[in-house]
Design a protein around this ligand. Sequence first.
Ligand code: FEO
Ligand code: CA
Ligand code: CA
Length: 641
Amino acid sequence: MSQINYDELSFDDEDELKFPRPTRQGFDEVVERAVSRRGFLGGVLAFGSGAAVMGTGLLSSTSAQAQQASRFAFEQLAPQTDGTVHVPTGYDWDVLVRWGDPLFSDAPAFDPETGIPTEGSDRVFGENTDGMELFLVGDTELLVVNSEYVNGGINLPAEQEGQPISADDVVRLQNFQGVTVMEIAEGDSGWEVVVDSPYNRRIHHRTEMLIDGPAAGHDLLKTNADPTGTMSLGTFNNCGSGRTPWGTYLTCEENFNGYFGTTAELSLDEATAAGFARYGISTDVDPGRYNYHGFDARFDLSKEPNEPHRAGYIVEIDPTDPTSTPIKRTALGRFKHENAASVVAPDGRVVVYMGDDERGEYMYKWVSRDVYTPGGDTSTLLTEGQLFVAKFNDDMTGSWIALTPEDTGMSEAEIAVFTRMAATQVSATTMDRPEWIAVNPIAIEAYCCLTNNSRRGATNDDGSVRTNAAGEPMVVNAPNPRAVNNYGQIVRWRPTNSDHAASTFEWDLYVMAGNPTVHSEGLYAGTANINEGNLFNSPDGMVIDSTGLIWIQTDGDDDNEGDFLGMGNNQMLAGDPATGEIRRFLTGPKGCEVTGLTWSADRRTMFVGIQHPGAPFPDGEGALPRSAIVAVKRQDNALLG
Ligand code: FEO
Ligand code: CA
Ligand code: CA
């Protein structure tokens, strides 16, 4: 048994433990920059590795912010440190659904101490709720929700310390993850799941999926069970979400690497070994986080070295047809996908923005070849087109670089499977962990949460600069200007000619989180739209509502001490794109991450995800903590965005 406590280890730390990053001599590669530029908010942004020379005044987002009336309809919530959810005065919250709640009347009952048994574990709402979207079929409201991962220590018997000890345990864990489709309705006692709705469905780690796009049928995707390389089982580590203009759901496979392992020493070909190293697929003979490979040969790399090449994609699901087969869209690349933000360009082509959430990885964009026509053929829109990666320049311009065979030296299929390596070939910009991207529906602009990167600008004991998984030194750069970035920032871009399909853009930082009460000046104080009242760190989830307000969800350090003093538990804040004003709206229970946001069809309810609560939320003392979706309403039933 491994001595590692996986419930306490982040996915990035796990990867670095198993694949120590190469070091590169070259302290001189750290470029001392002190570039001052004007951002979209009208103020002057300052960038550089020398935090001490940057006063917070330089980061001011102008006094216009103070002069304009606030667009927010609520009073700011104070930071909280307890074990429950809080919303501002005038609002209420209630639990819509929690992990283990039945989708069907034959589902097993939830035991508050032991949870759900394996039999029937695919008949309940999944664990660790994440991205979600709402779809309408007539008046019927379907909520589609990701279940990102499992906490073995909660989902398995306590004495097993988080580790599966049988094939039965593995099936239980596989069933708790993936995607839930469920009908919901609002009745006299609030919102509830419609048990036994014909739309209710669980998609998990063994659900049949079609593989589409340039990687489909390639040798890299062939396995003993699927010698065609076109039909895989399961979708993994479903993090953020997206929706297409034609009404399908996009689920995004993030830390898929952690599900694979080996029971014997491996002898791999060069390309596969390089791919495993770049994507963090462990080659140690070790149970790892989930130990699927100990009991399910499909996950054992000594038997199926190509199985990991079949995960790490965007998967399209039609929630309105419970018999539909999900489709893995390999054209949109293979990496640790956070979410997928779609928008239709002026000429009708479909654009999908995507982030790769790992320290020093990149931001991507897909542009379809064909145009979207409502009611028309959509079958090629996520298959035929071009994948690009982002390059940010210090002069606050940027470009999308096409990942083509000519420029990468890789085939279309290799670009789809080893997308990270293709992007490195064209000198993409290393980012501070791109999490959710959101497109503003009322302005031609988009935003990406860069959650944090404690390795940015940091050095090893020998003085060499910390690198990403490709060995690229993570020196500070313009959109990631802070060394040892524990707070995170949100970058915003506006495409050239107001066209999201354009290959160039201008950018600024909408906010750099920080703590001006602990750091009176410098980059760690954050931008001027951060103040004592709205402190937060590690922006992660992000959705822009129909009125153009930005909702920011956090997944950060909630110990409320030191650099994080005054921030309290993880939270959701609202931001005004025009003024930069940010105000705290909701706080989660201690230990949780707030992630996933959507609205009821009448937009009078917000659904907010509470993932991995540390406290026994929502059932109280003595009960297992349960990830849950809460429904938030205004007491006067007003619109909520
Ligand atoms: Fe699943 Fe990057 O968050
Ligand atoms: Ca996230
Ligand atoms: Ca996160």
